[in-house]
Design a protein around this ligand. Structure first.
Ligand SMILES: C[S@@+](CC[C@H](N)C(=O)[O-])C[C@H]1O[C@@H](n2cnc3c(N)ncnc32)[C@H](O)[C@@H]1O
Length: 208
């Protein structure tokens, strides 16, 4: 997108430099076009205000990062903060995460998938709304590169059990140690839970 102010255009079109609008919402993203280069890709689903991905992208300029978030106000914050930080390896996509996983991420392209503190939907009748559900490992497997990893964190014990169950039932994944430098990057929600003394859990899986 051009830096030149576009007179007459809606304000967000001029301002939202990292917010990515694909030419088609029905075709897989063309990553070379999204980032303007070829580099390993990491994706965060439900990035919130971007506390994790902004810091992780800053630490890894040699990689590309996609923040996926359905709330406009939050994704705009990712955009603003990313621009302020001068990040050229970050794009923000306002879309529902499972749609992105199933239809927009090209197969075999994602090296790391980050899902931190997804909405827990604690009531049993709402469990069907959880992002990490029975179908999730299949969708994650498809978009990951061989050897690619999924990193999960949650404060909800029941949701954590569900994460262990759905990935444990898929022999195409194995549990791996979460990299130490990754553990040290704390998300906004995690900081809040830590401050309140609420325990959080994490686990990582690798696509075989
Ligand atoms: C509890 S917050 C966690 C935000 C961030 N990951 C963190 O740890 O600070 C969950 C975020 O996921 C977003 N979200 C929830 N369900 C989503 C979905 N299906 N697709 C995209 N974003 C979603 C919410 O809008 C919210 O910003």
């Amino acid at each position: 997108m051009s830096d030149v102010p576009n007179r007459g255009a809606p304000a967000d079109i001029v301002r939202d430099k990292l917010l990515y609008r694909p030419a088609s919402w029905f075709e897989p993203l063309v990553l070379g076009t999204v980032f303007g280069r070829a580099a390993p890709l990491e994706v965060e689903l439900g990035s919130g205000d971007g506390s994790f991905i902004l810091e992780w992208a800053r630490r890894h300029p040699e990689r590309d990062f996609l923040a996926v978030e359905r709330l406009l106000g939050r994704i705009r914050k990712v955009d603003r903060k990313g621009q302020r930080a001068g990040l050229t390896n970050l794009r923000a996509l306002r879309i529902e995460a499972s749609y992105c996983l199933e239809y927009l991420l090209p197969p075999g392209t994602v090296e790391s998938l980050h899902i931190y503190f997804p909405d827990p939907w604690p009531k049993r009748r709402h469990h069907k709304n959880r992002l990490v559900n029975e179908r999730f490992p299949e969708l994650a497997w498809r978009c990951l590169t061989p050897g690619g990893q999924v990193h999960l964190r949650t404060d909800d014990a029941g949701y954590f059990e569900q994460m262990l169950r759905v990935f444990g039932g898929d022999t195409r994944f194995r549990v791996v140690e979460t990299p130490g430098d990754l553990v040290l990057v704390i998300t906004d929600f995690e900081r809040g839970f830590n401050a309140q003394g609420i325990p959080t859990r994490r686990i990582s899986y690798q696509r075989l």
